[in-house]
Ligand binder design. Structure first.
Ligand code: NOJ
Ligand code: CA
Length: 506
């Protein structure tokens, strides 16, 4: 792979707890992931991004990190993580891990020290009086400790925010980056990358944050061919692309695309905006349809309202599974054809739906608990994957212990095994599309074709043309040889909610 492999990569997101369980305790782990590396190779991805694998009390699925230089014992050991990195590299798969610089865990050594020693509090935000900030998960953003002071946590109380005005915090994270670069990781996904600094009135997107990423870029560059990916949710595109200046982060997730409704004008607007704002900084766009925080696409696209918003999540809004599936297939081919890198969140390639009927007492997401249940949270997109067989745990583990979230019985039809045998399955669509993408798509530019207001159509440098029909009536195909379709053609025309890839006739 080239020095700039990340510019056009297909990156598969592994939510370790729910990917594959190697020791039968009902929780995914490194042994499980290692055993499924051939599946990922076969799928045709270039890199894996793993959600946090660090020691953690799991108050927020591992985003409460107790030790940035270790591996959560439930997942495995540091030695095993190193073996995993090596094995992935042998298959020519890059490894990206999560780093969480905005906040820590109350179980971390630094925070424990701060609790007993007031002198050691400056690495966090301790104050005699809290302000009125609310936690992003609901409820107040401050929690009081035994001696009367309060500490800031923009997320759960178990996730105290670091004080980035303290140079020790800068040194610590540069060292953490080096620790993992030296163990071979190819990059970091930076959690809550726009938060970090706080003023009296704001905790988002303060200018000082850019100095941190300039420094991190220098560190990454020392190791060569490594990538820094920002989780930056900002409504202002100009502010967003500042993070992608040539001496800062390499790429950032495209949340506008992720949250975009399945409507041609809105999609066209978001795609154009993405391309025009990325071009001046020279950073490749990214195309994301789902992740561990958002509603599964087949459920979302089957609803009357196809937007995604964190607030209500439209949980329980009726969804037509056939329609959702059809659109999710069309959306996948669209996303994979666009210039830049693409993300696939585990289970997306199986077309898994959001599990909306989890028993409340089994829900673990702090978003659910801290909102008093008004927000159903993110557990529904984190249910352990179905691999094979006719009953839970569907090959996720050995079945000695129940999976940490229950799997629907109906998933017998969507296991990786069942879908492998079905040429028309979502899994085989992803496999075929990713194989073609490798040769014909990825980094670069596009040229729009005009095919009417309901159709998104463009060609790429390789001559590949992608056409998505979001209207209700079939549309005639442009010239070219059909390479792949997300659904069957109708009398040679492209039906509603279908995408086709064509290659030039020559
Ligand atoms: C974003 C992560 O994707 C999410 O899962 C987490 O809860 C928050 N950041 C806080 O770390
Ligand atoms: Ca396990």
């Amino acid at each position: 792979m080239s020095q700039t492999w990340w510019r056009g990569a297909a990156i598969y997101q592994v939510y370790l707890r729910s990917f594959a369980d190697g020791n039968g305790d009902g929780i995914g782990d490194l042994a499980g992931l290692r055993s499924r590396l051939p599946y990922l190779k076969d799928l045709g991805i270039d890199a894996i991004w793993l959600n946090p694998w660090y020691p953690s009390p799991m108050a927020d699925g591992g985003y409460d990190v107790a030790d940035y230089r270790g591996i959560e014992p439930v997942f495995g050991t540091l030695a095993e993580a190193e073996t995993f990195i090596q094995e992935a590299h042998e298959l020519d798969i890059k490894v990206i891990i999560d780093v969480v610089p905005n906040h820590s865990s109350t179980a971390s050594a630094w925070f424990q020290e701060a609790l007993t020693d007031r002198e050691a509090r400056d690495r966090f935000w301790f104050r005699d009086e809290p302000n009125d900030w609310q936690s992003i998960f609901g409820g107040p953003a401050w929690t009081q400790v035994a001696d009367g002071q309060w500490y800031l946590h923009l997320f759960a109380p178990e996730q105290p925010d670091f004080n980035w005005d303290n140079p020790a915090v800068h040194r610590e994270f540069e060292d953490v980056l080096r620790f993992w670069f030296e163990r071979g990781v190819d990059g970091f996904r930076i959690d809550s990358a726009a938060l970090l600094f706080k003023s009296d009135t704001s905790y988002e997107d303060l200018d000082e944050v850019h100095e941190v990423y300039r420094r991190w870029r220098e560190v990454a560059d020392e190791y060569g061919d490594r990538v820094l990916i920002g989780e930056v949710w900002l409504p202002d595109q100009e502010r967003f692309t500042r993070y992608l200046r040539p001496d800062e982060l390499h790429t950032a997730f495209n949340f506008d695309f992720l949250a975009c409704p399945w409507e041609p004008a809105e999609l066209r607007r978001v795609i154009d905006l993405t391309l025009t704002t990325h071009a001046p900084v020279g950073a490749p766009p990214t195309w994301v349809l789902s992740n561990h925080d958002v509603t599964r696409p087949v459920t979302r696209y089957g609803r009357a309202d196809t937007t995604f918003a964190h607030g209500g999540r439209l949980h329980g809004m009726p969804s037509d599974p056939e329609l959702g599936h059809r659109r999710a297939r069309a959306a996948a081919l669209l996303a994979m054809a666009l210039p830049g890198s693409v993300y696939v969140y585990q289970g997306e390639e199986l077309g898994l739906p959001e599990v909306e009927d989890l028993p409340d007492e089994q829900r673990q997401d702090p978003m659910y608990h801290r909102s008093g249940g008004t927000n159903r949270g993110r557990d529904g997109c984190r249910v352990p994957l179905p691999w094979a067989g006719d009953e839970p745990p569907f090959g996720f583990g050995s079945g000695e212990a129940p999976t940490w979230l229950p799997q629907p019985e109906s998933w017998r039809k969507v296991t990786a095994e069942a879908q492998s045998a079905d040429l028309g399955s979502m899994l085989n669509l992803y496999r075929t599309a990713l194989a073609h993408r490798r040769d014909l798509l990825g980094d670069g530019t596009l040229t729009w074709l005009t095919m009417g207001p309901d159709v998104l159509a463009f060609t790429r440098e390789s001559g590949l043309t992608c056409v998505s029909n979001l209207g209700t009536a079939p549309v005639p195909l442009p010239p070219g040889r059909v390479l792949l379709t997300s659904g069957p053609l109708e009398d040679g025309a492209l039906p509603s909610d279908t995408t086709v890839w064509l290659t030039s006739l020559a």
